[in-house]
Each structure stands twice: as structure tokens, then as C-alpha cells.
Design a protein around this ligand. Structure first.
Ligand code: HEC
Ligand code: HEC
Ligand code: HEC
Ligand code: HEC
Ligand code: HEC
Ligand code: HEC
Ligand code: HEC
Length: 387
């Protein structure tokens, strides 16, 4: 039987499906750039001049995205997606918690950090296995990918931000370790390792090969803006014919699918029959369950509520305007409702903090992490989690 690992629930997603999807995505975008060119050449001229001036002034300095998109780059520098994976030596989470220990079953775990170097140890009282931590996944909670004898393992324990402590990696509760190596971690098949690094890092996979030597931690701009490297080279020479496709105008469904390539789509979850609160983490799937979700309406897309270049805003009130864009009093602003559907209603209970009642927080099994249920709905007291 396959082990259900919910941190890594894409385990069932076949590699072929993954690669196919990326190819498709790349293909579509390449096509779209062509249609954009005519629209943008006129508007981009002034920009090109400004960019050229900047480049001239900083002669000798390498041109980067920041040369021309300083604001976006400055924001993204602090975004969790930028740091979705880090290499040993750059780890605020472990620097802040240099001495983590836990007792799980008959094994003791210890994660020690000193002078920027972290080690992961597990002992059964007699024998001890100590490995350097090289690849760190996650900016809030954190799981480590460890190497032993040329094989990669997912650490059996994870640091959970919620209790600021170690606990069993989500999904691994079902595993009973039989020896020190199994207690250290779950051996990752090669294809699963690729998926891990593909979602959390850049440049780690070339075709069907894992290329850890070219890995860049976290998600590059290119992961969403396909073709941006070529655009950068060309823009430096005032050529704006190769702009990456603008992602601003995408409808809700296309955005869900773009973000869902990592956050998991409705399709992926349905196809794999994933059920239960462990999968509340997969926002595109949850959102698409909502009656609010209208595929061709940008007001319910991920981008209506999130700036992908920044972390989430934890202030409930900022989301009110997003809900009221459709559920507003007085004139109903929905233009994209499919024929025959209901006009969004107005709340009889409250005028603000909509998400506090309609997007409840749900604990993952084990209670070590909490996610926001993107299945927007009227939540009845005591109701079971709806799949
Ligand atoms: C020499 C200046 C320059 C550099 C360097 C540069 N860009 Fe641009 N970029 C522009 C200009 C000008 C535009 C067109 C105006 C606009 O839409 O912002 C543009 C447009 C874009 C767009 C489309 C925006 C939209 O929604 O229409 C994206 C995405 C983008 N750049 C990303 C990048 C990334 C990522 C990098 C680094 C790999 C980069 N750019 C490097 C100047 C530059
Ligand atoms: C290439 C994979 C990938 C894609 C594509 C992707 N994400 Fe993410 N995203 C991640 C990973 C991995 C994390 C977890 C980062 C962490 O905390 O370590 C994350 C985290 C987030 C967070 C949480 C930020 C926080 O404050 O904790 C938000 C919001 C988010 N993504 C939104 C989006 C949106 C919106 C899109 C589509 C425009 C998108 N993501 C596309 C991989 C991806
Ligand atoms: C299909 C893409 C995908 C794969 C494969 C994947 N992740 Fe993630 N991971 C995400 C996204 C998206 C998030 C952010 C949302 C969430 O926390 O579920 C995330 C979140 C996490 C977090 C929590 C981050 C935080 O800041 O709290 C950890 C830890 C993590 N992943 C580790 C792993 C490990 C280890 C593997 C491989 C064994 C893996 N992931 C495989 C997409 C993926
Ligand atoms: C997780 C996906 C993702 C990543 C990573 C990402 N972007 Fe974006 N970017 C988007 C989306 C989606 C939009 C459209 C935003 C909107 O409509 O609000 C966008 C918009 C933009 C724009 C045009 C809008 C604006 O605010 O000017 C620029 C320029 C841009 N991105 C540059 C970058 C650069 C530079 C990086 C890397 C430092 C980067 N992006 C990383 C998804 C991403
Ligand atoms: C109508 C507004 C809205 C839309 C649309 C929306 N989100 Fe969220 N999202 C929220 C709120 C509210 C939170 C919780 C903020 C907080 O209090 O931390 C959140 C939190 C998140 C988080 C952090 C982890 C969690 O679940 O708490 C991620 C990742 C995320 N959203 C991704 C997405 C993605 C991907 C999409 C598109 C499929 C999306 N969101 C669409 C409102 C929205
Ligand atoms: C794109 C427009 C749109 C947006 C944005 C939107 N909704 Fe909706 N919502 C609808 C439509 C359409 C329905 C179905 C008709 C109805 O019941 O009003 C609906 C239904 C609902 C329902 C009733 C669901 C049920 O199961 O009966 C609630 C509650 C709700 N929305 C709350 C919200 C909240 C809270 C937000 C912001 C987080 C939000 N909506 C954002 C369009 C939207
Ligand atoms: C204190 C919790 C709470 C807050 C905050 C809240 N609601 Fe509600 N909402 C409810 C409850 C409870 C119901 C069900 C009322 C009923 O069926 O009698 C409801 C019903 C709804 C409905 C369905 C109405 C219908 O006639 O079917 C919509 C749409 C809705 N809310 C949207 C919103 C929006 C938009 C906001 C923010 C402006 C909001 N809610 C804020 C608790 C809340």
C-alpha cells in the first residue's frame, strides 16, 4: 500500500502528467507572447528609455529583474515562495531554534544548529545516526531532505511553527520505523524527489533528471513568468518584443490551474480521490468547490485576494472588499455570471470580517498546522468537514 504523505500528497500524481502539464503550459504561453507584442510595443517605448538610462548609469553592474522591476523584486525577496526551499547555512527557522529535540516511539531526535550548520540526529539509545541538513523545505513549518549512501530521505520529524516544536511529518504517522534508517526518514523514490524539488526550488530538474548541482533554492521569477530570462536579455537592448505573457488578465480558472500546478487543482484532488481535512491545504481545489467560484470571473481568482509576490495578509478586514465586489449591497456587480445562475446574496448576519465566518480555519490531522478553508460557504455549528 502506498503511504499517505500529506505534505507530499502529489505522490500519486504521475510524472508523465506533471511533465505533460508543464509542456502544455509552456506551449500556451509561448503562443500568447506573440499576440501580446503588438499591444505592448507602443506602450513599452517610454519604459525602454527609462530602463536604458538606468542601465547606462550602472555600467558594469549586472542587469537583473530588479534593474527595471525594483518594487516587485523587493517584495518578492521576503515572500515565502521565494524561500520555499533553502540550502544549509541560510535558515532563519533553525537559527531561531538552534536546539530542537523530540522523543517519538523508541527514538530520540535532535536538530542542532551552530555557526550556520545544522545536523539531524536520531538515536535508539544504543546507536546514533547523525546527518548534515542540506535541503530545508518550508518557511513556517520545515521538513528536511537528507542524504545517506547516495539516497534521499524525507525527515521523519518536522519542525512545526504552530507549537514551535518537532513532530511527525504529516502523513508519516502511519509509518512504524523498524530500524534507525527508517526512523531517520522516509526513503524518497527518484521521481518523488524530483516533484519535491520542482515545487520548492528551481533548476533542480532537467527533463526527467534530477540536477541538484544546478539547483536554485526557492521559486525563481521564471517559474511563473515563462520566458522572463530572454525578456531580460532583450529588454536590456531595448527590445520589448519578447515580453513574458501578462498574467494580470487571466480568469479565475486559469489562475487556479497555474497556482494549482503546485497548490493542487480540483482536478488533481478528484482524480486521486483525496478526501478529508488533510487536503484542506489545496486551496485551488477548495475554492472551486465554492458556489462563489465562477471560472471566467477574475474577482474570485487567487489574484483577487493574494499578491503572488508577497506573503498572505493576516488581517481579515482586507478581504471584505473582495467579497463585496460580488456580494455588495445595492447594485449587484456581477457581470460574468453564467446564464441561469443565482445572483449573489447579501449577508443577513454581518457587514464585515466575512472570511472569519465563511472561510474557517481547519486543523490538519494531528493538529500541528492550520489552514484556511477556501471552500467559501455558510458554516453550520458542529458540521463535519465537507469534502
Ligand atoms: C531593462 C529593463 C527590464 C529588465 C531587466 C526586465 N524587465 Fe520585465 N519588463 C520591462 C518592461 C519595460 C516591461 C513592459 C512594461 C510593463 O508591462 O511593466 C516589462 C514587462 C514584464 C512583465 C509583464 C508584465 C505584465 O503584466 O504585462 C513581466 C512578467 C516581467 N517584465 C518580468 C521580468 C522578469 C522576471 C525579469 C528578470 C528575469 C525582467 N522582467 C527584467 C523591463 C525590464
Ligand atoms: C512552482 C510551485 C508553485 C506555484 C506555481 C505557486 N506556488 Fe504558491 N507556494 C508554493 C510553495 C512551495 C509554497 C510554500 C512556501 C513556504 O512557506 O515554504 C507556496 C506558498 C504560497 C502562499 C503562502 C504565503 C504565506 O504567507 O505563507 C501563497 C499565498 C501562495 N503560495 C500563492 C500562490 C499563488 C496565488 C500562485 C499562483 C499565481 C502560486 N502560489 C503559485 C509553490 C508554488
Ligand atoms: C506539487 C507540488 C509540491 C510537492 C511535490 C511538494 N510540495 Fe511541499 N508545498 C507545496 C505547496 C504549494 C505548499 C504551501 C501550501 C501548504 O503548506 O500546503 C507546500 C508546503 C510545504 C511545507 C510547509 C511550508 C511552511 O512554510 O509551513 C513543507 C515543510 C513542505 N511543503 C515540504 C515538502 C517536501 C519535503 C516535499 C517532498 C517530499 C514536498 N513538500 C513536496 C507544494 C509541493
Ligand atoms: C508564483 C508565481 C509568480 C512568481 C514566482 C513571480 N510572479 Fe510576477 N506575477 C505573477 C502573477 C500571477 C502576476 C499578475 C499579478 C496580478 O494580476 O495581480 C505577476 C505580475 C508581475 C508583474 C507585472 C505586475 C506588476 O506588479 O508590475 C511583474 C513586472 C512581475 N510579476 C515580475 C516578477 C518578478 C521580477 C519576479 C521575481 C522576482 C516575479 N514576478 C515572480 C506571478 C508570479
Ligand atoms: C476571496 C479571497 C481569497 C481567494 C480568492 C483566495 N484566497 Fe487564499 N487566503 C484567503 C484568506 C482570507 C487567507 C487566510 C489569511 C490569514 O488569515 O492568514 C488565505 C490564505 C491562503 C494561503 C495560506 C495557507 C492557508 O490556507 O491559510 C495560501 C497558500 C493561499 N491562501 C493560496 C490561495 C490560492 C492558491 C488561491 C487560488 C486558488 C487562493 N488562495 C484564493 C483568501 C483568499
Ligand atoms: C465572483 C463573485 C463572488 C465573489 C468574489 C464572492 N462570492 Fe460568494 N457567492 C457568489 C455566488 C454567485 C454565489 C451563489 C449565489 C448566492 O448564494 O448568493 C455565492 C454564494 C456565497 C455564499 C452562500 C454559499 C452557500 O453555500 O449557500 C456565501 C456564504 C458566500 N458566497 C460568501 C462569500 C464570501 C465570504 C466571499 C469573500 C471571501 C465571497 N462570497 C466572494 C459569488 C461571489
Ligand atoms: C459572524 C459571522 C459572519 C460574518 C462575519 C459574515 N457572515 Fe455571512 N453569514 C453568516 C451566517 C451564520 C449565515 C447564514 C444565515 C442564515 O442562513 O440565516 C450567513 C449567510 C451569508 C450568505 C448567504 C445569504 C443567503 O441568503 O443565503 C452570504 C452570501 C454571506 N453570508 C456573505 C457574507 C459576506 C460577504 C460577509 C462580509 C461582508 C459576511 N457574510 C460576513 C455569518 C457571517
Amino acid at each position: 500500500m502506498l503511504t499517505v504523505n500529506t505534505w507530499f500528497a502529489a505522490a500519486w500524481l504521475s510524472r508523465a502528467a506533471w511533465l505533460g502539464r508543464w509542456r502544455l503550459a509552456v506551449g500556451c504561453r509561448a503562443g500568447a507572447v506573440l499576440c501580446l507584442v503588438c499591444l505592448l510595443v507602443s506602450g513599452a517605448a517610454g519604459w525602454g528609455q527609462a530602463a536604458k538610462d538606468t542601465v547606462a548609469k550602472s555600467a558594469g553592474a549586472a542587469v537583473t529583474c530588479a534593474t527595471c522591476h525594483a518594487g516587485v523584486v523587493a517584495h518578492y525577496a521576503h515572500a515565502p515562495m521565494r524561500h520555499a526551499m533553502e540550502m544549509g547555512g541560510a535558515n532563519p527557522v533553525l537559527d531561531k531554534h538552534p536546539n530542537l529535540t523530540a522523543q517519538v516511539g523508541g527514538y530520540s531526535y535532535s536538530v542542532q544548529t551552530k555557526d550556520g550548520k545544522s545536523t539531524y540526529s536520531v538515536t535508539n539509545g544504543t546507536d546514533t545516526l547523525t546527518l548534515p541538513i542540506q535541503w530545508m523545505f518550508g518557511t513556517h513549518s520545515q521538513t528536511w531532505v537528507l542524504e545517506q549512501d547516495g539516497h534521499l530521505y524525507e525527515s521523519y520529524v518536522t519542525y512545526f511553527a504552530r507549537g514551535e516544536q518537532l513532530g511527525i511529518t504529516p502523513g508519516d504517522q502511519r509509518i512504524t520505523p523498524h530500524n534507525l534508517t527508517e526512523a531517520m526518514g522516509r526513503k524518497l523514490p527518484i521521481w518523488e524527489t524530483q516533484e519535491c524539488f520542482k515545487c520548492h526550488a528551481s533548476g533542480a530538474v532537467d527533463g526527467a533528471k534530477l540536477t541538484l548541482d544546478t539547483l536554485r533554492p526557492g521559486l525563481d521569477c521564471e517559474r511563473c513568468h515563462v520566458g522572463a530570462q530572454q525578456h531580460m536579455v532583450d529588454a536590456e537592448h531595448d527590445n520589448f518584443k519578447t515580453l513574458p505573457k501578462s498574467l494580470k488578465k487571466m480568469d479565475a480558472e486559469n489562475v487556479s490551474n497555474l497556482c494549482g500546478s503546485c497548490h493542487r487543482t480540483w482536478d488533481t484532488v478528484m482524480r486521486n480521490h483525496w478526501q478529508g481535512p488533510a487536503f484542506v491545504r489545496f486551496q485551488p481545489y477548495r475554492l472551486e468547490h465554492s458556489r462563489c467560484f465562477i471560472g471566467n470571473d477574475p474577482r474570485i481568482s487567487c489574484l483577487a485576494c493574494h499578491d503572488p509576490h508577497q506573503g498572505v495578509d493576516h488581517n481579515d478586514a482586507v478581504y471584505d472588499a473582495k467579497c463585496l465586489a460580488c456580494h455588495g449591497a445595492g447594485k449587484v456587480t456581477v457581470v460574468a455570471l453564467p446564464a441561469g445562475s443565482v445572483t449573489p446574496k447579501i449577508c443577513p448576519v454581518s457587514k464585515d470580517k466575512c472570511v472569519s465566518c465563511h472561510m474557517p480555519k481547519v486543523e490538519l490531522p494531528g493538529g500541528q498546522a492550520v489552514f484556511t478553508d477556501h471552500f467559501i460557504r455558510v458554516v453550520k455549528a458542529g458540521e463535519a468537514y465537507p469534502d
